[in-house]
Design a protein around this ligand. Sequence first.
Ligand SMILES: Nc1ncnc2c1ncn2[C@@H]1O[C@H](COP(=O)(O)OP(=O)(O)OP(=O)(O)O)[C@@H](O)[C@H]1O
Ligand SMILES: [Mg+2]
Length: 347
Amino acid sequence: MKVDLDKNYIRQQLINNATQYENGDSMNAPWVEKYRPQTLDEVVGQEHTILRLKRYVKEGNMPNLMFTGPAGVGKTTTSIALAKEMLGEYWRQNFLELNASDARGIDTVRNDIKSFCRLKAVGSPFRIIFLDEVDNMTKDAQHALRREMEMYTKTSSFILSCNYSSKIIDPIQSRCAIFRFVPVKGHQIIKRLEYIAQAEGLKIDIAAIESIVYFAEGDMRRAVNILQASSSAGEEVTEESVDEVVSKAKPKDVKKIVNKALDGDFIGARELLRDVMVVQGTSGEDMVTQIYQEVSKMALDGSLNEDIYINLVESIGETDYRIREGSNPRIQLEALLTKFLINSKAD
Ligand SMILES: Nc1ncnc2c1ncn2[C@@H]1O[C@H](COP(=O)(O)OP(=O)(O)OP(=O)(O)O)[C@@H](O)[C@H]1O
Ligand SMILES: [Mg+2]
């Protein structure tokens, strides 16, 4: 029992340290921590989720929750903000954050839950246990977790976080109110980056911000990290300084490759593709994703005919699959470019 208590103490210290970062106490804190929203109101986007959670705060009661969605969109941030608002000034004592895929094993995680739940809640009516990465737990471990959830249901609420709810067993899903977190929208990321840039006294042009949004793909953590990394190089953040820190192809280059291929210039498109992959070091997977983004953009703004778009997406999907299965990315991408030629002629 003593050992378990000590472990909990250490975890609380970790949370306290994180809080120091959040409050900006440390000059060298990574910006993702320094600018982690502190309240539900500060969380960017996720409007439906936030609205429902605020209702729980108002009622002073909440069921077990499940947060699902892609990385870096605010699941952990929202749980901490919710805990603070639900539990008030004693939130730290009554909030336990655990990672379900903890290297020390699921038994350790369950012991931590047990020893935490056995203690009486201090200063608030119940406790909140936040369990991250639940989709990495085996089915057996999930069944054990379900029993724990039932045992402590009077005194504790669980927030389970995962990327894919389909990997969670039904008995757990049915015990939780499910909240789906979505990628943060481009205009919301822009606003947030502008806010951070201003607070840091950074000069940044809109082209650079748009480039960050393009690379972030709705992941706010990635957006803030790219901003911080590109700012350390010099005072002004430009499109070039952003491109330098991201080892992906420049949007301009991808556009050129796609256009050349659609214009029937296979050799030109292939040369540029080689340049981007060899010189800039873009991976095959990233390249396919970026080609897909570019083609989708063209279909949206009407510069690509819908039938051609449908054909291309089919080919892109196949290329993506083959590369992931281990085929040579260069050969696969060049083969993809030939599909563009065929389609341009069909136009
Ligand atoms: N919706 C958001 N509004 C404002 N900042 C955000 C948002 N989402 C993420 N961030 C920023 O990104 C950081 C990481 O977010 P968070 O830990 O909440 O992501 P997550 O959804 O839990 O991701 P993962 O699935 O990887 O655990 C935060 O500290 C914050 O700086
Ligand atoms: Mg998280």
